[in-house]
Design a protein around this ligand. Structure first.
Ligand code: NDP
Ligand code: RET
Length: 278
């Protein structure tokens, strides 16, 4: 964290990614589409994955206008075999992916005892297990050249908790990112970078079914999607290992134990029984 905070205040050189092949999951979604646009502006060619074919094609249409090559794939990230098969197709039809942006995510948005097992399971599969399968599919080519970058779009809720399925999956994502980073360092794979992105709530509709306390909402309103992606891009291009957006989330993380012990903090975010994925 200290490393990330120091990097945030220094202004590092941003790397050039022109001509790199970048795979983005959840590319039909709000942040996924913006990531695709930002990567295209940097001259990266794109492989876009989503289970929502129409939304994914719409993203492809938008980014093709920026003059980069774009390939779309319909894939269900909750299915390991589907991930491996689609990865094989990408290697055969497009080439070697050097940038992986694991962005797709879902939330069940119900309290533990009200939530069907299948929904809980899906959150873990898409937000956490898929990171393992995606990385296993694409890391070998990166290792062969000691060149690549794996980005994990987690959440501030991967650092402190409020929603059970989602937090567990995002804590898993944070743990995955950290372990992968250690593993790469231990293997001297210094040409393969990792970046963890932990945003506060973003105004994309994903958390439309959640209510945040009024005082909290006026203190920190939900983030703008474009701002979130632009801040993430800066961190990625600076090869920063982690970014919390906004920076206050670093503090929220460091004080999480205190909040768990303090009844005053109960219910800063309340879930209704609705979530648009359900
Ligand atoms: N929005 C927020 O407040 C925050 C979001 N994040 C994280 O950012 C990431 C992007 O979120 P956001 O853009 O808001 O979400 P969106 O819902 O807009 O986009 C997510 C995309 O992933 C797709 N998707 C869902 N399930 C699967 C699956 N099984 N296989 C393939 N694709 C799938 C969705 O398709 P479909 O629409 O058809 O389900 C959708 O296109 C997520 O990981 C989220 O957890 C982090 C912090 C805050
Ligand atoms: C701002 C803030 C808090 C609340 C954070 C919340 C409610 C974050 C929600 C994030 C979401 C929904 C992320 C989605 O991925 C705390 C911890 C009370 C401490 C004080 C600062």
């Amino acid at each position: 964290i200290l490393h990330a905070v120091i990097q945030t205040f220094l202004r590092p050189r941003l790397k050039c990614i022109e001509g790199e092949l970048c795979l983005i999951t959840g590319a039909g979604g709000a942040l996924g589409r913006l990531f695709a646009q930002e990567f295209a502006k940097e001259g990266a060619h794109l492989v876009l994955w989503d289970c929502n074919t129409a939304a994914n094609e719409q993203t492809a249409k938008v980014v093709r206008e920026l003059g980069v090559q774009v390939h779309t794939y319909t894939v269900d990230l909750s299915k390991r075999q589907n991930i491996y098969e689609t990865a094989d197709r990408v290697r055969a039809e497009v080439g070697e992916v050097s940038f992986l942006v694991n962005n797709a995510g879902v939330v069940a948005g119900r309290r533990l005892l009200d939530c069907p097992d299948e929904l809980l399971e899906r959150t873990l599969l898409v937000n956490c297990h898929a990171l393992f399968w995606m990385t296993k599919a694409f890391l070998p080519q990166m290792k062969a050249k000691n060149h690549g970058h794996i980005v994990t779009i987690a959440s501030a809720l991967g650092l402190f908790s409020t929603a059970c399925d989602y937090c567990a999956s995002k804590f898993g994502a944070v743990g995955f990112h950290e372990s992968l980073t250690h593993e790469l360092l231990a293997e001297d794979m210094d040409g393969i970078k990792t970046t963890l992105v932990c945003p506060y709530i973003v105004d994309t509709g994903m958390f439309a079914g959640c209510e945040i306390r009024k005082e909290l909402r006026s203190l920190i309103p939900p983030l703008e999607p474009l701002y979130t992606v632009q801040q993430s891009m800066k961190a990625i291009l600076a090869e920063q290992q982690m970014i919390c957006i906004p920076r206050l989330m670093y503090i929220a993380f460091l004080t999480r134990k205190q909040r768990l012990d303090n009844k005053k903090f109960k219910g800063n975010m309340q879930q209704k029984n609705i979530m648009h994925y359900v």
